[in-house]
Write a protein that binds this ligand. Structure first.
Ligand code: SF4
Ligand code: SF4
Length: 510
């Protein structure tokens, strides 16, 4: 069968049962090692932007002493998030550090030189979250700087508010963690199952949903067992094993696996009455409401064949990748460093990059592992088409993008691409297809912003011209009015004078 026939066959039958890929998960032995705690680094570099919205605004000064959990920077807008001190010490710089992004561009960060005491700020005793109104729970979650820990880093309070407004009936907890190498959610579910279930109950109260389903891939039997035990007392919470298949961790695919319903390409799960949160977020909600603890640390998977002791490590936000790698020990110089998973993560330019709230993993890959990602020419095998969970034509879209035909790529469904990386993963030529799509979406967003700016400038210019025309017209009308008034007044005066003259003449005659 030729390539086009294969494509037409797929278009006819859709991705159906065959969406996604089954990558070698490479999660063990890291997933089975007990969580270790990173020794406190001498300095922490806490970025001001660890969420999708605007960077937070610093409220501390260089030289100021801070305690762990103290607010360092305030959220700027609804999609922004508060940033807190991840240890006690002194603010020694407010400057820049390399962002955890392949661009290697700098981002603003606050540097804390640790005093070694790691002393928490004192807080009021926590109140019973079930005595609070949903909006007060959301306010506490926002104050604690909680963002989605599955990678999207969307402010959790805002998302809970959306769920409340959409009158959702089901809360879905994403324990899919389908990216190879990563096991931080798996460890969290094994070790903190009761805390996650408590966070889920608080989120149910905050959203008004009647039930929660916790979806966990069936390659994590220990996590399924721990969560099932922790949720046993609560009839409204169900633990649901789902097949291990990438990208099961995508919201829409997990939703479909749990409910049997499809979310339309341009729709959301809330349109169908369900809100999806990561299990790590439920743990952070528990910490914020029960212990008054803001989000200042997380579990990070450190994995890859260049790591001597792979596993999961509890890391304060702002610790450098080099601190984490030094603790996990390298057995050889990594050929490639990735923050996140190999499918959707970011290549790191070097190791002086801070861990942030959304850092699920640090991968140190050997040359052999990295070679799996070195690109060659397209052999037109159509594997990417078969793997795409959305039923797109990745090779055709990337060909359009390569010739700067973005509209052509949009016509082929670029905007429906969920950037899961399945196509890149299965491509035998290791073509970074998903990077093409992310780049093109960035270009389209930039074009959209430019268009909005141009339209706004045009609207302002039209409004200015109309205002000038209106002012000129009003001035002319006012001048004409004044002239008419003057003339009327003169006429009245003349008439009055004439009347007075006539009176005098008649008096003389008389
Ligand atoms: S990255 Fe986009 S095009 Fe590629 S498989 Fe995923 S959804 Fe399909
Ligand atoms: S882009 Fe890769 S997977 Fe798709 S047809 Fe070409 S070689 Fe095959």
């Amino acid at each position: 069968m030729g390539l086009m026939e294969k494509i037409f066959a797929l278009l006819e039958h859709g991705p159906g049962e065959h969406w996604g890929v089954h990558p070698d998960d490479r999660k063990r032995p890291a997933a089975d090692a007990p969580v270790r705690i990173l020794p406190l680094p001498e300095r922490l570099h806490v970025p001001l932007q660890q969420h999708i919205g605007a960077a937070a605004r610093p409220i501390v000064l260089v030289g100021q002493k801070v305690l762990k959990g103290q607010l360092l920077a305030e959220a700027q807008g609804v999609t922004s998030a508060n940033i807190h001190a991840s240890t006690s010490g002194t603010i020694t710089a407010i400057g820049e550090i390399t962002a955890p992004h392949p661009s290697g561009l700098p981002c603003a960060a606050i540097t804390i030189t640790a005093d070694g005491e790691d002393r928490w700020i004192e807080t009021e005793p926590a109140v019973d979250p079930f005595s609070l109104a949903p909006k007060d729970i959301a306010a506490r979650i926002a104050a604690a700087g909680v963002v989605g820990l599955g990678g999207a880093t969307f402010p959790s309070a805002l998302k809970l508010g959306l769920g409340l407004r959409a009158k959702i009936h089901t809360l879905i907890l994403n324990g899919g963690e389908c990216e190879p190498y990563l096991s931080c959610d798996d460890r969290l579910m094994r070790d903190f199952a009761a805390e996650i279930v408590d966070g889920v109950r608080i989120m149910l109260h905050a959203t008004g949903a009647q039930k929660a389903q916790i979806g966990i891939e069936d390659n994590k039997p220990e996590a399924i067992a721990a969560m099932t035990t922790a949720a046993r007392k609560y009839a409204e919470i169900t633990v649901c094993p789902v097949p291990a298949r990438y990208p099961m961790g995508s919201e829409k695919h997990l939703f479909s696996a749990l409910t049997g319903q499809e979310v339309p390409a341009d729709g959301r799960t809330t349109d169908l009455g369900a809100l999806v949160h990561n299990v790590g977020t439920a743990w952070a909600v528990h910490e914020a409401l029960r212990n008054n603890r803001p989000l200042v640390e997380r579990i990070v998977t450190v994995n890859g064949s260049a790591i001597a002791f792979p596993g999961n490590i509890r890391v304060p936000v702002g610790a450098l990748v080099e601190d984490v790698l030094a603790y996990a020990s390298l057995k050889e110089e990594p050929a490639r460093l990735v923050m996140g998973g190999p499918m959707m993560g970011s290549l790191l330019p070097h190791t002086r990059v801070p861990v942030v709230k959304g850092s699920s993993g640090i991968l140190a890959l050997t040359a052999a592992e990295a070679a799996a990602y070195d690109p060659g020419p397209c052999i037109r095998c159509s594997s990417c088409v078969r793997a795409c969970p959305v039923g797109l034509l990745p090779l055709e879209m990337s060909a359009r993008i390569a010739t700067s035909d973005l509209n052509g790529a949009v016509d082929l469904g670029l905007k429906d691409c969920i950037a899961c990386g399945c196509c890149s993963f299965v491509c035998p030529s290791h073509i970074p297809l998903v990077h093409y799509f992310n780049h093109a979406k960035g270009e389209l967003a930039a074009q959209g912003r430019t268009q909005l700016r141009n339209e706004a400038a045009k609207r302002l210019a039209v409004a200015r011209a109309e205002r000038i025309e209106r002012d000129t017209r009003e001035k002319a009308e006012a001048a004409a009015r004044r002239k008419a008034e003057r003339m009327a007044q003169k006429a009245a005066e003349a008439a009055a004078a004439a009347a007075a003259g006539n009176t005098t003449a008649s008096e003389v005659t008389t």
